[in-house]
Design a protein around this ligand. Structure first.
Ligand SMILES: C[S@@+](CC[C@H](N)C(=O)[O-])C[C@H]1O[C@@H](n2cnc3c(N)ncnc32)[C@H](O)[C@@H]1O
Ligand SMILES: [Zn+2]
Ligand SMILES: [Zn+2]
Ligand SMILES: [Zn+2]
Ligand SMILES: [Zn+2]
Ligand SMILES: [Zn+2]
Ligand SMILES: [Zn+2]
Length: 456
């Protein structure tokens, strides 16, 4: 949905789809702005087809249809019961523990015969129970879950950052691997995972997992609300941190809205005056967008690596300059020490850890690399630019050497959203879904795209 804005208003008043309150979007139709409601979680109409013009009244049959869909979505789901089944199955010898991948369900011995035609797995080990994210097939629908999982190295680096900063109570939103790693390795930390992937209901108890949609702060099961409130108040709210890794195609506005909602709730419940520290994992080219909405957030140099996403990997298989995914945070960057053995170093002037290829530019008075390459300073532009760019006298700015002079795309502001600091091809509102679509097609198309984008 390019060219579409999200209007974050009071979501509770919006009509609902199975994924909770819909979002109000705005789109230019025949030169006029038109508002409509659509699903907050699914960017593909195939996953959720809810659509209503804002000035249209929902007719009775549509209303009945959606009410039924909403009921169907949570029907038969009982987290307490799933937790009991989990414990029963854990007590069986591993050879009798069965999971049906077709039905996404742990099976009690008596019900196995109903699944004989399905893709089921026998012999679930204790290790698999402790690490469901390594055992469940990642949901890779680019327009919904987009489940890309951290490598082991990235997981432990990120959790160690939290631990070193005494951020012991971790609200993990869309980050199952982080929550597992904490539960399995740190007795002095506690974690509540919130995720839209309901398969975790079978593996994690109600006190550690809430089935949740982050784009509208919707809990699918009512009991999760109290558990969430209690978690915010653990240790009177001390040492709480939000760690989140939303799908990269997700829109920034509703995520920011959710962060603000959680922060207000936290302050109300704990009487705290301070904001919750947040670690938000997102691609570097979303920086202008995030810092526009959250000016106290900084982007750090750490390259976040993923197991199952070739574009976001380090080394031969991945992108030439390493993963494009970064940490965005309101924590003081000087407190976030990045691994020296991976080449990260400390810039005393910027007071933050930077990647090996990043250099402090005395003219800009900052460490200027963003995309994983060493930027170079252009005196005419009075800023650092990508190393492959050349200053063009005609355009009076640095640009890719083979750009078309006067091309509006190279003007200082983004052609699409009119914001400064990025170009249309990096514009979060245009490019992202395209990137996601390319990802779906595999490494070749991404490689081509990246080449076209970055190496000219
Ligand atoms: C990019 S993956 C992050 C996984 C993380 N890197 C890890 O290793 O644990 C996105 C995660 O967000 C979850 N997710 C996707 N859409 C969501 C939504 N609307 N609300 C909550 N979680 C969502 C996915 O199920 C997935 O776990
Ligand atoms: Zn929906
Ligand atoms: Zn089955
Ligand atoms: Zn510096
Ligand atoms: Zn510079
Ligand atoms: Zn220049
Ligand atoms: Zn030019």
């Amino acid at each position: 949905m390019s060219g579409v804005e999200v209007i974050s208003s009071n979501l509770r008043l919006n009509p609902k789809c199975p994924h909770g309150p819909t979002l109000l979007f705005s789109r230019v139709v025949k030169g006029e702005n038109r508002n409509f409601f659509a699903c907050s979680a699914c960017r593909d109409r195939k996953d959720c087809s809810f659509f209503l013009w804002a000035d249209e009244k929902m007719n009775k049959s549509k209303e009945d249809y959606w009410n039924q869909e909403i009921q169907k979505y949570t029907k038969g789901i009982n987290h307490q019961r799933s937790f009991k089944i989990l414990n029963t199955i854990k007590n069986l010898p591993s050879s009798e523990r069965v999971y049906c991948h077709t039905c996404s369900k742990l099976l009690l011995p008596k019900s196995i015969n109903l699944h004989t035609e399905h893709n089921f797995e026998k012999g679930i080990t204790d290790d698999k129970f402790l690490n469901p994210s390594k055992f469940l097939n990642p949901l890779e629908s680019n327009k919904k879950e987009a489940q890309f999982l951290f490598t082991e190295n990235t997981t432990s680096t990120l959790v160690n950052i939290l631990h070193k900063n005494n951020l012991r109570n971790v609200l993990c939103i869309g980050a199952p691997r982080i929550s597992e790693f904490i539960s399995n390795n740190f007795e002095d930390m506690s974690v509540l995972l919130l995720d839209i992937d309901k398969r975790y209901l079978d593996f994690v108890g109600p006190l550690q997992f809430g089935w949740y949609n982050l784009f509208n702060h919707n809990f699918f099961l009512p009991e999760s609300k109290q558990i969430f409130d209690d978690f915010l108040q653990t240790d009177k709210g001390k040492d709480l941190v939000i760690f989140m890794d939303p799908p990269f195609g997700g829109r920034v506005e509703p995520i920011v809205h959710t962060l603000n909602t959680i922060n207000e709730r936290y302050k109300m419940l704990t009487k705290s005056m301070k904001d919750i520290p947040v670690i938000w994992i997102f691609p570097y080219f979303m920086e202008p967008h995030i810092t526009n909405s959250l000016p106290n957030f900084k982007m750090l140099d750490y390259k976040v690596d993923y197991d199952n996403h070739s574009l976001f990997q380090h080394g031969n298989k991945g992108r030439k300059y390493g993963s494009p995914v970064r940490i965005f945070t309101n924590i003081d960057p000087s407190c976030i020490e990045l691994p020296k053995d991976e080449g990260y170093k400390y810039c005393k002037v910027c007071k933050r850890w930077i990647s090996s290829e990043n250099n402090h530019c005395n003219k800009c008075n900052s460490c200027t690399s963003k995309d994983g390459r060493t930027y170079k300073h252009c005196d005419s532009c009075d800023r650092c630019v990508k190393p492959s760019w050349k200053h063009c006298e005609k355009c009076n700015r640095c640009a890719q050497p083979d750009h078309k002079c006067g091309d509006i795309e190279f003007s200082q502001e983004c052609f699409h959203c009119k914001e400064k600091g990025h170009k249309k091809r990096d514009c979060p509102k245009v490019n992202h879904e395209e990137l996601q679509a390319k990802c779906k097609k595999g490494i070749n198309s991404i490689g081509k795209k990246k080449k076209k984008m970055k190496t000219k």
